[in-house]
Each structure stands twice: as structure tokens, then as C-alpha cells.
Design a protein around this ligand. Structure first.
Ligand SMILES: O=C(O)CCC(=O)C(=O)O
Length: 258
């Protein structure tokens, strides 16, 4: 099934909500048959350990195995390079279903970064980690921070299996460096962060739901405490006014025009 058969334009309320909150959950964007096909492909690559992969141990977030050689050390966190992996994965990332709302948010010209996200995000039982509060823009090198990511749930996402959480409106706020730790995560023990952390909202999703979120919106996710692996397809985009800075990791792969 072609992903661009789904009508995708954002309503005015949705646009206002994204501007205000820095994220937007859209229900039932991808049809069930498409989610099943993408999920089957992702499961197959995970089972066969098709490279390139990122392991939980590589990041060392809380709960991750200490090294690739430790028990659970081969627990995959991301199936990288989704667009180069498979025509169907690429078709989703470049479909009008995503391009149309992205144009409404970022302008008429949309570019997909292959250097960031561009992955199947997996969260596996037993050895998955907790991702602290962060802005994706923290390690990215673009001329502006105006990038938007799309997160397609290929299965159920709940607090129990490690769904995303967001701090609404934080894409419009400034955070003094002291409020962040050395790895640029928001310090949960800092009293100055108490109020903003109290605004946290979980984003449980059903298969086919999509979250759009700004690269500056603080978000986090818990570990997977269920027995089933969670799969999501994640991509990042920018408009014509933003470009990757030459010589940086953000410029290391060609971008795809939508
Ligand atoms: O699923 C997770 O742990 C969150 C992933 C995330 O926020 C990220 O990779 O930027």
C-alpha cells in the first residue's frame, strides 16, 4: 500500500498546537497494512542483525548493558540508515503523508536528513535503557534549530513499554547551561527544573499514530518493562532556511529532497 493515499494536511488547530507545545500527536496516519509491512521488515532486520546498528551499550544510558560484551550487550537500540535499508521504509519517509504537514510547519521546500534519526527505533525487553530529558538539537549542527522529527508507532506505545514523554513549550524557552548536565540532559535534581518537569506529558500511541516534534522540544522515554519489543520509525526534516553546517556530522550524508 502506498503511504501517500492518506490525506495529511494539518488543521489550523493542529498547527497552533504544534507552535505552542512543540509537538503534535496525529492518530491513525499510517494504515494498518502499511504498519504491518514496515514492522515485518523491521523485525526481520532485527532478527538478522542487519547492519548498521546502534546498541544500547554504545550509549550507556541508565539501564543499558555496560558494554557490547556484557550480558545483553548486543541489545539493539536503532536499526540505522532506514532510507538506505529498504524501498518501503524510504517511501514512508518521503511520502506526501509526511511532506504535506512538514511543508505547513517548515515551508515549501522540505529536506530529509539522513545523518540524524533516519532509523527504526527499537526498545527491547530486559536490556533497554531510560532516555533522559533532552533536546535532539543538542548534538546537531545546522544553521538554525528549526528541524522537525516524525515518529511513527509501528506497535502500541505506552508508559509501560517506554513511550515518549514531552515537556510542552520547551522549544520556545531558553535553558541556562547550569540546568543541564555534562551530556546536556536536563538535571532532574535541580530545583530550577522542578516546575518545567511537572508539566511532563506522556504520549501513548497506537500503531499508525505519528508524533511530530521540534528539535528543541525536551523529551524523554522510559525503559521497556514488557515482554515485547517496541518499534518506531523516526526521521528528521528541515526547510530551505536551514542547512547542515559543512564538515560536521550533520552534513556527512546527502539529504533527500521531498
Ligand atoms: O525511545 C527512546 O528512548 C527515546 C529516543 C529519543 O528520544 C532519541 O533518540 O532522541
Amino acid at each position: 500500500m502506498r503511504p501517500d493515499t492518506v490525506s495529511a494536511a494539518l488543521g489550523e488547530e493542529e498547527r497552533a498546537s504544534f507552535r505552542e507545545q512543540g509537538f503534535l500527536v496525529r492518530r491513525g496516519v499510517a494504515p494498518q497494512a502499511l504498519c504491518e509491512a514496515l514492522l515485518a521488515r523491521a523485525r526481520q532486520d532485527l532478527e538478522s542483525q542487519v547492519q548498521p546498528l546502534e546498541y544500547e551499550a554504545d550509549l550507556g544510558y541508565p539501564g543499558a548493558p555496560a558494554s557490547r560484551e556484557s550480558p545483553g550487550g548486543r541489545t539493539v537500540r536503532r536499526l540505522l540508515q532506514a532510507c538506505a535499508r529498504d524501498a518501503q521504509l524510504r517511501a514512508w519517509a518521503t511520502a506526501e503523508t509526511l511532506a504535506q504537514p512538514l511543508r505547513q510547519l517548515l515551508g515549501p521546500e522540505i529536506w530529509l536528513s539522513q545523518a540524524h534519526h533516519n532509523c527504526v527505533m527499537t526498545k527491547q525487553p530486559r536490556f533497554s535503557s531510560l532516555t533522559g530529558w533532552h533536546q535532539d538539537s543538542r548534538y546537531w549542527n545546522f544553521s538554525t534549530p528549526d528541524l522537525v522529527s516524525t515518529w511513527l508507532a509501528l506497535g502500541e506505545e505506552s508508559v509501560e513499554n517506554g513511550c515518549l514523554w514531552f515537556l510542552p513549550g520547551t522549544h520556545r524557552q531558553e535553558f541556562a547551561p547550569e540546568r543541564l548536565d555534562a551530556a546536556l540532559f536536563l538535571r532532574e535534581d535541580d530545583p530550577r527544573n522542578r516546575d518545567v518537569l511537572a508539566t511532563r506529558l506522556a504520549a501513548p500511541l497506537a500503531p499508525g499514530d505519528v508524533v511530530l516534534f521540534h528539535a528543541r522540544t525536551f523529551h524523554a522515554a522510559g525503559p521497556n518493562r514488557t515482554g515485547q519489543t517496541k518499534f518506531a520509525l523516526v526521521h528528521t526534516y528541515h526547510g530551505a532556511n536551514t542547512h547542515p553546517l559543512p564538515g560536521t556530522r550533520s552534513a556527512c550524508l546527502p539529504e533527500i529532497a521531498l
